[in-house]
Design a protein around this ligand. Structure first.
Ligand SMILES: *[C@@H]1O[C@H](CO)[C@@H](O)[C@H](O)[C@H]1NC(C)=O
Ligand SMILES: *[C@@H]1O[C@H](CO)[C@@H](O)[C@H](O)[C@H]1NC(C)=O
Length: 378
């Protein structure tokens, strides 16, 4: 009895010391944003992965549909890819062949070069925590008419355009896709999507495109860098259904070396809040066709030379660009325009406390894919 008790004591002391060291190595944990503080203080996150789903904020609201009874846990063990006949163990098998609710994790670090666009089904979570996962140098992600999707903890880069092609789709249905421009994550007519803690860079087209009536999307804690056209919310001036589009862009880090569209909004509404902007070239926030943007408590660090103005008004009229509590550094200017009402009107499930722009550097310090290992804090 005694030796066992003693060894338990030693184990718990060691555990306490290790946790302490982890805290010391991750000073960011001192000030976590509302999403991260919901799960990152849990050293047992790897056993309780589903906790994450209830940490989302903004228009995606809580991702309750992705967890609980009937959720299949699927582990990716094989980085290879066969677009037409996905092998068990591959990422594509998990996103298309597994029926119903699926929570996808990765057995080990891997780089996946997709041989064609990857279709992601409804009620799907891709959770990269616990491994370093690169999706690179091939096709990238497409959410086509789906709902309830979480994409967390991936490094997606060097996405390449794809010719028209046939691929396996959700529910084991083959799908004929038209040409793809080379976006990292593209949403087409999809709703309730949460894109959190991904690192996105150097793709042929955009990093995130939200298009064709997609709605209720939260884009949080991502790191966007080294890219021209970063984020498009609404792709077509003529597509009026996007008038109802609502997207929350929160706790992201933009830059260095981002050029434009952080985001560019057509028709819809974006709440852009508590993000860090490390410069831009053309502009940071812009839009056309009566877009409404509430820019709130972001930190904008203007580039040294070129253009200090954050916004750009493109085609159409009646832009509604509001700036509330933003911090403007290095000579940045924000051209407020419009008289419309720009409150997000969040429900209780969507709402979150907006922090002051002065703490945005801390809130976004661990933006991008985290390095999480079993037995330590994320
Ligand atoms: C978006 O979310 C709101 C609030 O939860 C909901 O009422 C609405 O139906 C959703 N819209 C779509 C297109 O899913
Ligand atoms: C919030 O409600 C006001 C008043 O009804 C409305 O004018 C505004 O467009 C709403 N905001 C959004 C994002 O829908």
């Amino acid at each position: 009895m005694v030796p066992r008790l003693f060894s338990q004591l030693v184990v718990s002391i060691l555990l306490a010391i290790t946790m302490d060291m982890t805290m010391a190595r991750k000073p960011g944990l001192a000030k976590l944003n509302a999403i991260d503080s919901c799960w990152r203080r849990n050293p047992n996150w790897i056993e309780q992965r589903e906790q994450l789903a209830l940490c989302s904020v903004g228009f995606a609201a809580k991702m309750k549909g992705n967890i609980g009874e009937g959720t299949t846990s699927y582990v990716v063990t094989d980085p290879s890819d066969d677009p037409l006949n996905p092998k068990p163990g591959t990422l594509r098998y998990g996103t298309t062949m597994v029926r119903g609710k699926v929570w996808i994790t990765f057995q080990k670090d891997m780089t996946i070069t997709l041989q064609a666009t990857l279709l992601v089904g409804s009620l799907t979570t891709i959770d990269g925590r616990g491994a370093i996962i690169h999706i690179a140098r091939g096709g990238c992600l497409l959410l086509h008419k789906v709902h309830d999707v979480i994409i967390h903890g991936l490094r997606i880069h060097h996405c390449r355009s794809q010719p028209a092609h046939k691929v396996m789709g959700p529910g084991a249905q083959l799908m004929e896709l038209s040409e793809m421009d080379g976006d990292a994550i593209r949403l087409v007519a999809s709703t309730k999507v949460w894109i959190d803690h991904n690192t996105l860079y150097k793709c042929e087209d955009g990093l995130i495109d939200v298009t064709l009536g997609s709605n209720n999307v939260t884009i949080s804690n991502n790191w966007f860098r080294d890219h021209d056209k970063v984020m498009l919310l609404g792709h077509d001036d003529a597509f009026e259904a996007d008038k109802n589009m609502k997207v929350t862009v929160v706790y992201n880090r933009f830059g260095p070396n981002c050029n434009q569209r952080m985001p560019r909004v057509r028709h819809g509404y974006a709440h852009v809040v508590n993000n860090l902007y490390l410069g831009w070239r053309l502009y940071a926030i812009g839009g056309s066709m009566s877009p409404s943007i509430k820019s709130e408590s972001n930190l904008f660090v203007a580039p040294k030379s070129t253009n200090k103005e954050i916004t750009r008004q493109m085609n159409g009229k009646q832009w509604n660009f509001k700036s509330v509590g933003d911090a403007l550094e290095n000579g940045a200017t924000f051209n407020t325009v419009g008289t419309g009402f720009v409150k997000p009107n969040y429900t209780d499930e969507q709402t979150f406390p907006v922090e002051k722009a002065t703490v945005v550097r801390q809130l976004t310090r661990s933006a991008g894919a985290l390095r999480c290992r079993r037995g330590s804090l994320c």
